[in-house]
Write a protein that binds this ligand. Sequence first.
Ligand SMILES: O=C(O)CCC(=O)C(=O)O
Ligand SMILES: [Fe+2]
Length: 317
Amino acid sequence: MSLSVTPQFALTDDERALLPSDADVESYAEHGWYLSKRLFTDDEVDELLAASERYYAGERDRGLPVRPPKLAYWDPSKGEVQRHNDYVHYEHDGLARLLRKPLIGAVAAALARTDEIRVFQSTLIYKPPIAAEPTNVVPWHFDKHYWSTCTSDRMLTAFIPFHDCGEEMGTITMVDGSHRWREIGRDDSMTRHFAEREARDLDRLLADNAAYNGAEVVKVPMIIPKGHMSFHHCRTYHGSPSNRSGLPRRTISFHLQDGQNAYRKFVLSTGEVLAYNHDVLVRLLADGRPDYSDPEFCPVLWRNPRRPADGHHPQEV
Ligand SMILES: O=C(O)CCC(=O)C(=O)O
Ligand SMILES: [Fe+2]
């Protein structure tokens, strides 16, 4: 059997020690979240912060060729609200260079039990240090709702703070085990981003879904030391409270897809075909579907370097 050797994805021994253990992978399967070991050095995190400041000052290495319909794109004219900026891995090489660290993909691959991880989206987030700022509150949601055009249920997100991130800062908070809940008959409104929805409706939705599953809502704030990151499954409910720390909360939500993920047509009850922002950006497959493996927008972050060229998928990393 011939091997496709992809040396850029080989990990050093030190990096392999930072992968989740078997028990960690089991725990992620049970709880739907995982707090990583220290995947970035202090220097790397400081570089992320500096690169984000240059991004906010207007630095770009390239611009999106068209503006997709639901793009999150803060600019200074929006003022001191919570900032969300999508596609930073595409537009800004300084941020991309750090985000493309193969170790992050290898950790995600172990958790998702897959042998390839591609970038799906990256959103640079900033919560200004204003305790009463209403836009700083992230209502309960799970990410798969926004990714209804994706075939995969293994997608996941690395939440990467640029500093120690605890409760005072309004850190991301997981609803333990909620990725295993069955969903009450969903309606189309779930495909709309939380920023466009009433927080109260989403609170009720969480409570109703918990009751439907006979489950308790156990909220686990992720206390994340600098250089560590938290991972969550695409069906894990999560949200975050206001920033009461007096300092800005700076993070990137790095959304990841497994190698098998592909576009699927998702029709809303109105008959409208749902579109994700990628659908107007990425190249098309021969059959006309958007290609969620377009290396321009969805590059491979990590692939098992021992993966055989014939496409069989050994699980070991
Ligand atoms: O910014 C937050 O606290 C939540 C971010 C989020 O929803 C995500 O990473 O999927
Ligand atoms: Fe989210």
